[in-house]
Write a new protein. Sequence first.
Length: 447
Amino acid sequence: MHTSSLVSLALLATSAVAAPARQHPLMHEKSPYRKDYKDPYDHKIDAVGDGLQPLPIGNGDDRGTDMMGPRNPARERQNPDLVRPPTTDHGTMKNMRWSFADSHIRIEENGWTRQTTVRELPTSRDLAGVNMRLDEGVIRELHWHKEAEWAYVLEGSVRITALDPDGGSFIDDLEKGDLWYFPSGHPHSLQGLAPHGTEFLLVFDSGSFSEDSTFILSDWLAHTPKSVLSENFRLPPEVFNALPEKEKYIFQGSIPGPIKEETPKNFKKSKLNFTHKMLAQEPVNATGGRVRITDSTNFPISKTVAAGHLDIDPGAMREMHWHPNADEWSFFIRGRARVTIFAAEGNARTFDYMAGDVGIVPRNMGHFIENLSDDEPLEVLEIFRADKFQDFSLFQWMGETPQRLVRDHLFQQDPELGEKFWKAVEGAKSDVIKSPQSGEEEFSDEL
Ligand SMILES: *[C@@H]1O[C@H](CO)[C@@H](O)[C@H](O)[C@H]1NC(C)=O
Ligand SMILES: *[C@@H]1O[C@H](CO)[C@@H](O)[C@H](O)[C@H]1NC(C)=O
Ligand SMILES: *[C@@H]1O[C@H](CO)[C@@H](O)[C@H](O)[C@H]1NC(C)=O
C-alpha cells in the first residue's frame, strides 16, 4: 500500500489522531537487516542470541524490502540465513533441516517418542531418527525390526538387553554419551533406570523406518491362537488369558535391581559387545574443539552406522569438507549453527540449526558448520549409514596439491595473494575444527 493511500485512510477515520511516526524497519540502527548495512564478507548473524528480527533485505544493495503479511517471527529468527541468504547462496535445493519440535509425539505410560524419517524430512533417505524418553523403570518392550538400530544416550541412564543369533545374551547399563547397536532383526529391550530414567536418540539404517511398525512381543502373542501358545510354551492355554490384549510398546515396569541379580541362571553371555562408550573416548584435539569418531574400527558390531561427535568451541568452525561414502545425518545437541551446503553447478544454500534439529548433507556435497551462538558451545553428532567414518578436508587437499597447480587455479590474477594462500595451507595438518582467527578484521558497516 502506498503512503498516499494510508494517508487517505487516516483522513477517513472519524477520530483522526496524528499517527505516531513509524520507525522504518529498514532503518533500524542496530539491525544488520537494513538497506544501509553492508557486509561484503557475509559474516554469520546469531538472530536468536542477539534478539534480531531477520528481514529479506539485500546486503548493501537495493534488493528486498520488509514484510507486511502474516509471519512467524520466532521461526524467522531461527532461520536468519533463509530469510536473508548470504550473497554466495544460489539456486534451489531440497530442504535439509527438520526440528524434532515439529515431529508428532506418541505419548505412552511415563514415556514418549517422536521421529524424524523420510516422511518428515524427504532428504532423510539413508537414516531415520527417533527421540525417546523413558522415565525410571519404564520399558520400551521386547521387540525387533528389520533395520539395524544405533543409539546415543542424551541424558540419564538406561538398561538394554539383547540376544545374538547363537543364543548369546547381553545386558548392559548405559549413561550419557554411551552408544548401543543392534544389528537387523536382533531382539532387544530398553528400560529407564533410577533416578529419572533416560532420553536417547535412536538412528535406524533406513530413512523409511517407522517406530510404530516394529515387531513387538505382546503384539505377536495377542495375535496368535492361545492353543498355539499352549503348544509352544508347553502350558495349559488358560495361562495365556492373562496376556495383554494388544501391544504395550512403552509402559511402566518394576524397578530393576543390579545386572548381577537380574541375570537369568542359565545366562549364556554373548560374544558380541552391543555397546560402546563414545563420550568416554579420548578425543582428537583440534585447534577449535574436540572430535570423537566411532565406527566399525573401534565399535566392531556397528557395521552400518558410523558417527562423529563434535564439540565446537567459541567462535570455532568445523572446517570445509565433504563425505565421500554416505549422506550426513546430523543431530544438534547444543548451540546454534550455520551450514552452507554446496551442491555443484553453482548451487549453494545456507541453513541454520539449533538444539533438537536434524540436518542432512547429501554425500559428496561440500559444507562446514559454524558456531552461531554467543552463549552456548556447539555439540553435534554427524551420523552416516556406513561402516567407516570418512571425510575429505579442503584445507588438506590444497596443502597436499602442487603449489603451482593451486595458484594457477585460484590466484592467477594476483600472485602475491597466491603466495599468502600457499603459506597458509602448506604442510596442512588435519584440523577438523578450526579455532577463531585472532584479530579478525572488522567489516565495513557503511555502504
Ligand atoms: C563393551 O565395550 C565397552 C568399551 O567401549 C566396555 O566398556 C564394556 O565393558 C563392554 N561391555 C561388555 C558387556 O562386554
Ligand atoms: C586432548 O586434550 C586433552 C585436554 O587438554 C588432553 O587431556 C588429551 O590428552 C589430549 N588428547 C590428545 C590425543 O592429545
Ligand atoms: C560461538 O561463536 C561466537 C562467535 O560467533 C562466539 O562469540 C561465542 O562465544 C561462541 N559460543 C560459544 C560459547 O561457544
